[in-house]
Design a protein around this ligand. Structure first.
Ligand SMILES: Nc1nc2c(c(=O)[nH]1)N[C@H]1C(S)=C(S)[C@@H](COP(=O)(O)OP(=O)(O)OC[C@H]3O[C@@H](n4cnc5c(=O)[nH]c(N)nc54)[C@H](O)[C@@H]3O)O[C@H]1N2
Ligand SMILES: Nc1nc2c(c(=O)[nH]1)N[C@H]1C(S)=C(S)[C@@H](COP(=O)(O)OP(=O)(O)OC[C@H]3O[C@@H](n4cnc5c(=O)[nH]c(N)nc54)[C@H](O)[C@@H]3O)O[C@H]1N2
Ligand code: SF4
Ligand SMILES: [Mo]
Length: 759
């Protein structure tokens, strides 16, 4: 029986796992951890091959680029000091806004993002570019208006609802909620439940649907508008819910009264009767849950889709009750809240893009660097991300990074981005350090999993918080250690309720106010060192988070059975998290209490978003423009499908894949015939940005006119070519192909053409 407890890091479910290891620490068996409070033993096929992550070809030394373009190994001391000196120089010459941070953690590691805040503070930069800003920022922006803050988030009661709609998501492959496969299967099989799937592709999830709405790619806004139009035009909205829980319905109503439902049904390709049936189904259901993801986020009308999808469950009153979508808490919020520029919110220097959730979109990153603008970005710290491969337009990202005066990549592997950087710093893997994610998105019971390391760190690697700390220290911002505070921290751990450390910290920052922004680093070196595990320095942050959480949700934490109160409860929760290697529950809410999580003062949902209602009004004008583009590039490419063996950019060695080794391009039989292509043929697939070579798979899973390729393929790996690594999807995507408001890319709607390759 494998016994080392940790979590899978391949998607945001972070299922608890048990790993068996041989004497060399190699993984020899991986199973689900039944003690994990949410996944309860569930895992999918991907987790069982995590050894390919731990055993990958690693970075083994800090590297510095030489003038001939090759790298040389240098010591940590030299690397850190040179980077620090350059950051100080750039900051002091051009200002902190000429420096940006990209990354902050992927599917399993958010400690780098948290401690990265200290490095960003030292650089005096507000700019964080992140993968989330190429998918979820439209959602965040809409949530900000509806619920009062961009970092309010809801979870979906897919398993509990009577009527379920899955829109632009394929949970059978991508998960996205706990135990996705058995949950979807249960909804599909249960005769009292209805599963509606909205997808242009007959996905693994669509195959299970009671009602499959095979929407035309990128036309979801028309479908959502038609559904809402039918409901509101027929007076089917939930009036008591609207009255009690919302404001602004009268302002949004006229926009839906004029929706030409029949016309929109034709545009989105769904039969009018099906639209009416589903609208009625939602209205009449006791409970309804809507799960959506990239299919409507990385697609046309992305931010409008986010709004309309939310209105669909809000005007029908399916929110904040058991079996419906519901706001949830977070031990620590994954994102922040950005003010609008008119209210003094931060914008970028060159394109004047606003932040959303304190994040900035990858699609504008090259535009902020690759220009002569005096306020352009001059330094970039890439931390646990691979912009060249996973941000739109590989060539543009690479060219921009090459232009920087300083580029630093912190990663475990020599990535496409690392190759073009000036400095590359080797990090420990997620099984070699204490780690966690802030993907604790559950309700009514929420949880947290602080993972303990199970492997000895590779020699000469460091964890990210330590790397950030060393750079901040070398920048002259902070001493290396805090001997007196460290002593106090030791005593504090013996008598925590005396609050010795918080008091000492307060006194310290009173006399050294310039250290306030580095409190996390100070805590790491003081409290962190006094914790019972030698690798647990980063847990100092969890101590802060646990106390903050208890301040907000004392009643809900105590509902789990804790006897302590106040500060002592914060300590108890912290200790519980620290010592629960399988993760632990952190609170339990009632549904009524979820309404307290709304951040508007009146605790109501504010339905009106003027900008998006205008956008809705203009929808019908948009179709014509798109048609022109379609002629030159006749196919709509789903550029980045989630499949059995892709996991973002986490596996570089193609041998980890058991199936779909080359990452095929799916094409409809009619299109294949028209292009005289057969299964196994190779084609050149090209867009206005670039081209890839890819193997064909003919299937009626994709409709005529649509192609689908995976993401997570095509990373450079020794002894492999494009034919064995697969195609790199972002060679085809374009910076300008993105949502006008959130700048989230249209990765699911890339216009391409194909050409058979003859040998
Ligand atoms: N065309 C297209 N592009 C896409 C998508 C798509 O569907 N289509 N999907 C987008 C989405 S939704 C996402 S979330 C992004 C994901 O894109 P990224 O955020 O860039 O990818 P990740 O897989 O999170 O991995 C980033 C890097 O982290 C490194 N890494 C792994 N573990 C550690 C560690 O412990 N420490 C450090 N420092 N580094 C580590 C890996 O080697 C990898 O280079 O891709 C996006 N890009
Ligand atoms: N296996 C695997 N699982 C993963 C990941 C992974 O890399 N591999 N990555 C994780 C990450 S970071 C994320 S963000 C999630 C993403 O998870 P999902 O969003 O579920 O994954 P995708 O396959 O990108 O797209 C979802 C569906 O959208 C459909 N779609 C395409 N175009 C349209 C459209 O115009 N309208 C509609 N309605 N649907 C459309 C596609 O056919 C697809 O079935 O997956 C997570 N889980
Ligand atoms: S890939 Fe996602 S669903 Fe599968 S085991 Fe890992 S965390 Fe769980
Ligand atoms: Mo993602």
């Amino acid at each position: 029986m494998p016994k080392n407890k940790t979590a899978c890091i391949l998607c945001n479910q972070n299922c608890g796992i048990l790993i068996g290891q041989d004497e060399k620490e190699n993984f020899n068996k991986i199973i689900g951890d039944k003690e994990h409070p949410i996944s309860e033993g569930y895992i999918c096929q991907k987790a069982t091959r995590l050894q390919y992550y731990q055993d990958q070809i690693r970075l083994t030394s800090p590297l510095r680029k030489k003038s001939d373009g090759t790298f040389e190994e240098i010591s940590w001391e030299i690397a850190i000091q040179e980077i620090a000196d350059k950051l100080v120089h750039i900051r002091d010459t051009y200002g902190g806004t000429s420096i940006a941070y990209a990354g902050g953690g992927g599917q399993g590691n958010h400690m780098c993002g948290v401690f990265g805040s200290a490095l960003r503070a030292a650089c005096d930069t507000p700019y964080i570019y992140a993968a989330l800003a190429q998918e979820k920022t439209g959602n965040f922006w809409v949530n900000g208006f509806l619920f009062g803050r961009q970092n309010t988030n809801y979870c979906e009661a897919v398993g509990e609802a009577e009527y379920v709609m899955i829109m632009g998501a394929n949970p059978i492959q991508s998960h996205g909620f706990p135990k996705a496969r058995p949950t979807v299967n249960e909804v599909a099989r249960n005769p009292n439940k209805t599963l509606v799937v909205v997808d242009p592709r007959r996905s693994e999830t669509a195959k299970k649907a009671d009602i499959f709405m095979q929407v035309k790619p990128g036309k979801d806004a028309y479908l959502l508008a038609a559904l809402l139009g039918h409901i509101i035009q027929n007076n089917l909205e939930n009036k008591s819910f609207i009255e009690k829980r919302t404001v602004g319905f009268e302002q949004i109503k006229p926009h839906f009264l004029k929706i030409p439902i029949e016309k929109y049904a034709t545009i989105c390709g769904i039969d009018l009767n099906t639209i009416k049936e589903v609208a009625q189904g939602i209205v009449q259901a006791k409970t309804f849950a809507l799960r959506s993801d990239l299919g409507i986020e990385q697609s046309h009308n992305s931010t409008l889709n986010a709004y309309l999808a939310r209105l669909l469950f809000l005007v029908t009153g399916h929110f904040g009750r058991e079996g419906t979508n519901c706001l949830h808490t977070a031990l620590f919020p994954l994102i922040g809240h950005s003010k609008e520029p008119e209210e003094g919110g931060v914008v970028t220097q060159v394109t004047k893009m606003k932040g959303i959730g304190k994040l900035f979109p990858p699609n504008i990153l090259p535009l902020e660097i690759d220009t002569d603008h005096p306020k352009r970005l001059r330094a970039l710290i890439v931390d646990s991300a691979n912009p060249v491969a996973t941000y739109a337009d590989t060539a543009a990202q690479r060219k921009a990074i090459e232009k920087l005066e300083l580029s630093v990549v912190i990663d475990v592997a020599m990535t496409e981005t690392a190759k073009v950087a000036m400095y590359v710093l080797p990090a420990q893997t997620q099984f070699e350090k204490m780690e966690s994610t802030f993907f604790n998105l559950e309700f009514p019971k929420n949880f947290f999993h602080l993972r303990h390391p199970i492997c000895t760190p590779l020699e000469n690697t460091l964890d990210e918080p330590e790397i950030h700390h060393r750079i901040v220290t070398a920048m002259g911002e902070l001493p290396k250690s805090f001997p007196l505070l460290a002593q106090i921290a030791k005593v504090d751990r013996r008598f925590p309720t005396l609050k010795l450390l918080p008091i000492a910290l307060q006194i310290t920052t009173f006399f050294k106010p310039q250290w306030k922004k580095y409190q996390l680093l100070i805590l790491k070196e003081t409290l962190g060192k006094a914790l019972p595990y030698k690798y647990a320095k980063v847990a100092a942050f969890i101590w802060v988070a646990a106390h903050m959480y208890v301040k907000k949700y004392e009643k809900q934490v105590r509902r789990l059975g804790y006897k302590e109160k106040g500060y002592a409860l914060g300590e108890a929760l912290f200790n519980k998290i620290l010592n629960s290697k399988s993760g632990t529950l952190i609170s339990e809410h009632t549904y009524e209490e979820s309404w307290e999580l709304i951040r508007h003062k009146d605790k109501k949902i504010h339905l009106e978003i003027k900008e998006l209602l205008n956008w809705l009004d203009e929808l019908s004008n948009k179709v014509e423009k798109e048609k022109k583009k379609a002629r030159k590039y006749p196919f709509n490419l789903l550029a980045g499908e989630r499949r059995s063996y892709n996991a973002n950019a986490l596996f570089r060695n193609p041998e980890w894949r058991k199936k779909d080794v080359e990452g095929v391009l799916k094409i409809n039989p009619q299109d294949a015939q028209a292009y005289e292509i057969e299964n196994g043929d190779w084609v050149k697939c090209y867009s206005s940005t670039g081209h890839v070579k890819i193997k064909i798979w003919i299937t009626d899973e994709v409709p005529k006119g649509m192609l689908s390729m995976p993401h997570g393929y095509g990373f450079d790996y020794p002894n492999h070519t494009e034919e064995t690594t697969g195609a790199l999807v972002n060679k085809l995507t374009a910076l300008s192909e993105c949502d006008p408001l959130a700048k989230t890319p249209y990765h699911k709607n890339v216009r391409v053409q194909i050409e058979k390759i003859y040998n």
